[in-house]
Design a protein. Structure first.
Length: 92
C-alpha cells in the first residue's frame, strides 16, 4: 500500500463522514434523514457524529486498499478511522 492511497482513503472517508453528519445536502435530504432518525437512539446520535460515521466507513474503504491478510486489513481500517479523527481535530 502506498502512502498516497492511504491518505486519499482517509480524506475520502472524512469528506463523506462530514457530509453525512453535518451538511444539509441537496434539497435538504441529509438533514431531513437526520431529523427523521432523531437523537433519541444511539443510531440517531451516531448519524450526527463525524467520527462515528468515519469509523464505520473506514472498514469498506480499507477493503479497497491493498492488504496482505486479515490482520493487516483490520489495522488498515483502524488506521483510516484514526486518520479521520486527526483530520477532524485539526480542521475543527
Amino acid at each position: 500500500m502506498t502512502a498516497l492511497s492511504f491518505v486519499i482513503g482517509i480524506l475520502a472517508v472524512y469528506r463523506v463522514s462530514r457530509m453525512l453528519a453535518l451538511e444539509d445536502g441537496p434539497f435538504d435530504v441529509l438533514s431531513g434523514v437526520r431529523e427523521v432518525i432523531g437523537q433519541e437512539s444511539w443510531v440517531g446520535r451516531g448519524v450526527a457524529c463525524v467520527l462515528c460515521i468515519g469509523f464505520w466507513l473506514a472498514w469498506p474503504v480499507a477493503l479497497l486498499l491493498p492488504v496482505q491478510n486479515w490482520g493487516e486489513y483490520v489495522l488498515t481500517a483502524l488506521a483510516v478511522a484514526a486518520g479521520v479523527v486527526i483530520v477532524h481535530k485539526v480542521i475543527g
